[in-house]
Each structure stands twice: as C-alpha cells, then as structure tokens.
Ligand binder design. Structure first.
Ligand code: BES
Ligand code: MN
Ligand code: ZN
Length: 506
C-alpha cells in the first residue's frame, strides 16, 4: 500500500473513496455544527453529508461509519465516488488509537468494495499535532489492510485491495513534518504486519529453520547483518537451554541474531530478545488438547523482534540495535527433555526442569546471556508469550511489564502508552527471586501457580546480570480472537510499535 500526503483540497483529487473522520455532533442532527471545511467539501459533494447528519443516521460517535454516494448530478463537479464518514467520538477525547481505527475502518470498507484509491481527510484534533495524527492514520491504514490469505484459495471471493491512500492535511507549512510522520507510521505498521504474518504462520510451515530464513530474508532486503547458529554451533557454545527445549523435535533449534549498526561508533546499544517457540505442545508435560492450536503463536516475541528490526533498518535509526531470537519447537518424543532433568546453560548456571511446559524461560536463559555477553548492551528488552498467569492477570488489555531498572521500565511503559500498546508494571520481588531457587540446581523452571508471571520474570532475571533489563510478557496481547478495525483475529504483532517508539525517543 502506497501512502502519500497532500495539502490540497481532497475534492480536487480523483478517489474511489474519501474518508472523513468527524467528532461527535449534537443530538439535534444539526448539519450547521459540521466543521466549516467539511461544509465546504459537502457543497461540492452535493450535500450528502448534511443529509446524512440531518437524518440522524450519523452522529459521529466513536467507531460509527456511514457510506455515502455523492450526488454527481447537475452542478456537481465531484471526483469522489464514495464518501465514508467515520465517527471519532467526543471532541477533546480523540486519541491516537481512535484515529488509527478510523484509518483501519476506511481501508477495510474500501477493500470490501471496489475502491483502490482512498483519500483520507485529516481533521484538526484537539490535543494531537497534525504529524502525530497523520502517523496514527497511516498506521491504521496499513494495519487495517492486513489479511492472512496465504493458505487458502479465495477464488472469486478475493476481496479488493487498496493501492494508494492519500492523507490530506491542510497547512502547507506542516506538510514536511506530516510527510515524515506518515512514513514512520507506515514503516512501523509494516513491521507489525510482518510480525503478524510470522505469528499466524502454522507450526508445520514455520519451524526454527524457517524463522531463521525469514529473518535472513528481512536482513538481505534491509541491510541488516544476520547470523544463524545451528545445533552444532549451539553445542559449541554450550547453550544447553535452547538445546534441551528443541531436543524433542526433528526440526532443530536455532539462535538468530539480527544487527543494525549505527554510523556513529559511540551510539548506545539496545538488545531486543524474543521467545521463538515455533510450536509449544508442552513437551513431556503435555498441554491439554483444547486450544493447543493457539500455541503456533508461541513465537510472537520473536516475530515482534523481526518486525521491529525491519523497521529499525528502514528508518536508519542512529542506534546500535541487536535482535536475538531463541527458536525451538517444544515436542514430546524419545529425545525430548524431561521433568527432573538438570540443564546447564551457556552462562554456567544450571536449571532444574520441573515442567517441560515452562520452556520459554529455558530458551531465553541462553538468548539473554548471549545478548548480554556478546554485545554489552546499555539496555535489553525481551518479549515472550511466557505465562498463562499473565493472561489471567491482564487479559488482552496490556502486556505484563517487569524489569531490573526503574528508568528502563518507565521508558518502556511510556513508549507503550504513546504507541497505543499498553504495558502494565507488575511486581518482581525478592520473594519471587527466592521462589525460583532450586535445591539441586541454581534455579528451577517453575515455582508453581502462585505469582506465575512474576516468578517467570524472576527466573529470567537470573540470566541478565547487571545489564538494565525489561521483560514484556505478551501471552495475553500476542494474539486475539476479537477483530477490531486495525486487527483481524490471530496474531497481533504487538510489541513492534512499542519498541520503535522507545527507540525513536531514546
Ligand atoms: N507458551 C506458554 C504460555 C502461554 C499460555 C501463552 C497461554 C499464551 C497463552 C508457556 O510456555 C507455558 O506453557 N507456560 C506455563 C508455565 C507453567 C508450566 C509454569 C503456563 O503458563 O501455564
Ligand atoms: Mn509452555
Ligand atoms: Zn510456551
């Protein structure tokens, strides 16, 4: 999808669909309450907007839409085939997320019909700058256009595709800033869509080796450096954690590294670490079969890292950013690791395995240690679909946020707020660190049900040394069964926008 910007009157540009987001109008259905710019456009569209408002059918409540066909009759010079009114809700309460959704609605509605060229008129929003608003709309358009049709033949039911979106923002002066923000929004959303593609890919089609080749493909296309370690290399490096978890599958584990080098040698280094369990059956501690298919998404942390690294490269950020992914498939078999095993990780620390279904932390133990010792980062952020406990605590509303460094925690929290991907701080206490101590090894991989998300974080912390570190538990946010204008059912690609916001603000 191509996204461009313009400061002209949208009515002067040919479009299959013109989206007009409007804040909430009064009860009276008073067309006079429409913003002057909209009234001006409506005059050229034959008065269809005033008619929709006067009828009471459209009031501009959040998420409401109305599709109108401009009157092309006598006296009209319209180049606009369809108008989509999109409600933004109460004036003064319009958030970036509302605008994102209006972009998503526009593209979705356009795609359902035959609209390939979409114009989007950007209103002035109280409390949001024009560039911020344009960025949210651009994100929404790209996210709303996301589909996952690689694995079926749609035949004649193939929906239309929006080819171009032009965002119209009045004010010549701001246009350069609006253009830049639009580009950022598009790149972030494309990174997020890439993460969704990876997350949605079925387990049979995305073993660790394929996750690695996808990372390599992204690296080639964007100029990132990419290194993939196979089993022989993992053995040489004594990465007993990744090897143990991946040991039950014939489709062998990998450690994947993506690196974006800054031009400036002194630039800070940030490591992004992802859990890449391409399918999590639970292993010998096998999961119940109901819902197990969802565990194809258990590499959503890794997906976010790949998507974020693509965006980092495309934006040429002036930072040294490294993505590290531990990829393994967790299956039961004659070669699988078992409850009671003691596993020696690359850090030298040993793990007592009490439950083979607590595998993400075992994989991350080696990935975190590698990131820390190989790159000496200024900060390290890991993303993992780590615990059902986090899902119980926060649902889909927010990712669980833990860490060893208050400043970094706040940085990540603020970035999530700004990017529209909330992360909520949860406790990581001495009690939790004590709870994962083992009687026969250095740590054990589960401390039972109580405080499950916090003890999982405490386990990870044992492998982070004194590097400032944050852990995002995306078990509840990584995929969804409820569609919204910017999100179909399945992988969400959560984390990409948050990570990029953090890096943009670094
Ligand atoms: N991948 C799961 C966590 C998960 C569960 C993510 C549901 C999303 C939805 C993880 O590997 C796991 O199985 N965790 C266990 C840990 C337990 C055995 C200590 C859990 O949360 O039940
Ligand atoms: Mn598991
Ligand atoms: Zn898992």
């Amino acid at each position: 999808m191509q996204i461009t910007t313009s400061s002209h009157d949208p009515c002067d540009t040919r479009a299959d669909l013109l989206a007009l987001p409007l804040t909430q109008l009064g009860d009276e259905g008073d067309a006079g309450a429409l913003p002057p710019a909209v009234r001006r456009m409506d005059r050229r569209l034959g008065g269809v907007i005033a008619a929709a408002v006067a009828s009471g059918d459209f009031r501009g409540s959040a998420g409401q839409t109305a599709l109108l066909y401009p009157d092309g009759g006598q006296g009209s010079d319209t180049k606009i085939r369809r108008v989509l009114l999109v409600g933004l809700g109460k004036d003064g309460k319009v958030t970036g997320e509302r605008l994102r959704r209006s972009g998503g609605s526009a593209v979705r509605r356009a795609g359902r019909g035959k609209s390939q060229r979409v114009s989007f008129w950007l209103p002035r929003i109280k409390g949001l700058s024009a560039p911020d608003a344009a960025r949210a709309v651009a994100e929404g358009c790209v996210l709303g256009g996301y589909r996952f049709d690689d694995y079926r033949d749609l035949g004649d039911a193939e929906p239309g595709r929006v080819r171009t979106v032009t965002i119209f923002s009045s004010g010549e002066k701001q246009l350069a800033a609006v253009r830049k923000a639009t580009k950022i929004g598009r790149i972030l959303a494309e990174g997020q869509n890439l993460a969704r593609d990876l997350s949605n890919a079925p387990g049979n089609d995305l073993p660790p080796s394929k996750l690695a080749s996808e990372a390599r493909r992204v690296a080639r296309a964007t100029g990132l450096a990419c290194q993939v370690m196979d089993v022989a290399e993992l053995r040489r490096r004594k990465m007993g954690g990744i090897l143990a978890v991946g040991g039950g599958s014939t489709r062998t584990p990998r450690l994947i590294v993506l690196e974006h080098k800054a031009r400036r040698k002194s630039a800070p280094t940030v490591c992004l670490v992802g859990k890449g369990v391409t399918f999590d059956s639970g292993g010998i501690s096998i999961k119940p079969s109901a819902g197990m298919e969802e565990m194809k998404h258990d590499m959503s942390g890794a997906a976010a890292v790949v998507g974020a690294m693509q965006a980092v490269a495309e934006l040429a950020l002036p930072l040294h950013v490294v993505g590290v992914i531990g990829a393994a498939e967790n299956l039961p078999s004659g070669s699988a690791y078992r409850p009671g095993d003691v596993v020696r990780t690359s850090s030298g620390k040993t793990i007592e395995v009490l439950n083979t279904d607590a595998e993400g932390r075992v994989v991350l133990a080696d990935a975190l240690h590698y990131a820390r010792t190989r790159f000496s980062p200024d900060a390290m952020v890991d993303l993992a679909t780590l615990t059902g406990a986090c899902m119980v605590a926060l649902g889909e509303a927010a990712s669980g946020l833990f860490g060893s460094d208050e400043e970094l925690i706040e940085r990540v929290r603020a970035a999530g707020d700004k990017a529209g991907e909330r992360a909520w701080p949860l406790p990581l206490l001495d009690e939790h660190r004590r709870a994962v101590k083992s009687t026969i090894a250095d740590v054990k991989n589960t401390a039972g049900r109580d405080a499950g998300a916090s003890t999982a974080a405490a386990f990870l912390q044992a492998f982070t040394g004194d590097t400032p570190w944050v852990h995002l538990d995306i078990a509840g946010t990584g995929w969804t069964s409820a569609a919204t204008p910017c999100q179909i059912k399945g992988g969400t690609g959560v984390g990409v926008r948050l990570l990029l916001q953090m890096l943009l603000d670094w």
